[in-house]
Design a protein around this ligand. Structure first.
Ligand SMILES: [Zn+2]
Length: 362
């Protein structure tokens, strides 16, 4: 819905939205870089990652500085990722689209929402996690925004809107949690409790126990996944350890603090009574992320978002596998597809779904 702007020339709102978007996009870059590393998002000024000199404000103008300096540090010439400019440009375009499309109160809420989606997307791409500040923080923000702007939930009272928001968060969490749990059941991924001290072997191919091998392909779904156990006795080639902590991910093996590449590893044998396979990394961040999306968009959006994100996610997954860019250990992040589907919902998915079901009613 385009609001009449009788006092302002027609170019004013989109121009203002673009400038604000690029400035806020610049701040989102800081969040994307620092949040997963646990650094403060406000304290130090931006520095070059290479020469560590503070970047002067005149070299930190959104979009423009990147273009003028060719994506390089003026002091040392180190290259900055094009992601910085892309995030600024994308945020600016999102702001224009939102402020052109919606009334000011709704646009305000969707601006906050879009910022969260952008941060989550780019952190997930790089680290395969979505920080709790964004997911749980998003749930809280969604409920508060719904209370203030009931229109976003299609509700008339503030209380009812907040309740719809809560229902959306609950449904999003519940359904995706079910999907993740079901996935664990179907794919047989489990925490292995052994009946007593048992001899196991770690090889470049997988883990062998009583002549049965479970491959790393079956065990790991993300690069961050780690299998670990403590063992009374560990032997690797000529070396032996007593009471050692062994950790394995898809690339390397660690015995206490010593690292060995998994590729070409001599067989490691150990005696242990339990093996810990943390499965939380697999999709639990996405479960919380969908709860936050549900808090903003309400329960009606949940099935649309799950359907569209799984369709686009699996299509991209199959495509990258087909062109050989994907290897077994490299699962694609799911958060970006959830974010994409949420944006499609606010820019027309909601109306499309309503029309579709109304058509059936006739
Ligand atoms: Zn530098």
């Amino acid at each position: 819905m385009i609001q009449p702007q009788p006092l302002l020339p027609p170019w004013f709102v989109p121009t203002w939205a673009f400038v604000m978007g690029s400035i806020i996009g610049s701040f989102l870059n800081v969040c994307i870089h620092r949040m997963p590393r646990g650094h403060s998002i406000v304290k130090p000024r931006s520095r070059c990652y290479s020469c560590e000199k503070t970047i002067p404000w005149s070299d930190n103008i959104p979009i423009l500085s990147y273009v003028i300096l060719g994506g390089k540090c003026r002091q040392c010439g180190a290259r900055f990722s094009p992601r910085y400019m892309f995030v600024e440009l994308f945020t600016a375009i999102m702001f224009v689209a939102i402020w052109q499309h919606f009334d000011p109160a709704t646009a305000m809420v969707y601006t906050v929402f879009a910022c969260g989606l952008i941060i989550a997307t780019f952190i997930d791409f790089e680290h395969y996690i979505i920080p709790d500040e964004i997911t749980w923080g998003g749930v809280v923000a969604g409920i508060i925004c719904s209370g203030f702007v009931p229109e976003i939930q299609g509700a008339e009272s503030h209380t009812r809107a907040a309740l719809w928001s809560l229902a959306g968060a609950g449904l999003g969490y519940g359904v995706l949690w079910g999907v993740v749990e079901l996935g664990k059941l179907i794919f047989g991924i489990k925490k292995v409790e052994l009946p007593g001290p048992t001899e196991i072997a770690i090889t470049p191919a997988g883990i062998r126990m009583a002549d049965e091998t479970e491959t790393w392909e079956e065990i790991f779904s993300r690069p961050t996944d780690t299998l670990s156990f403590t063992a009374a006795a560990v032997r690797l080639g000529e070396r032996t350890w007593e009471q050692a902590l062994v950790r394995v991910n898809w690339q390397e093996l660690k015995v206490n603090e010593e690292t060995f590449p998994l590729d070409g590893l001599a067989e490691l044998s150990a005696t242990t009574s339990s093996i810990y396979v943390p499965r939380e990394a697999m999709g639990f961040g996405d479960v919380k992320f969908l709860a936050a999306i549900g808090a903003f968009l309400g329960p009606k959006a949940i099935f649309f978002v799950i359907l569209l994100s799984s369709l686009t996610g699996s299509s991209v997954g199959l495509f990258t596998m087909a062109i050989g860019k994907k290897s077994w250990g490299m699962k694609l992040p799911y958060g970006p597809y959830l974010a994409f589907a949420a944006l499609v919902w606010i820019f027309g998915g909601a109306e499309l779904t309503a029309h579709y079901f109304m058509g059936f009613g006739r």
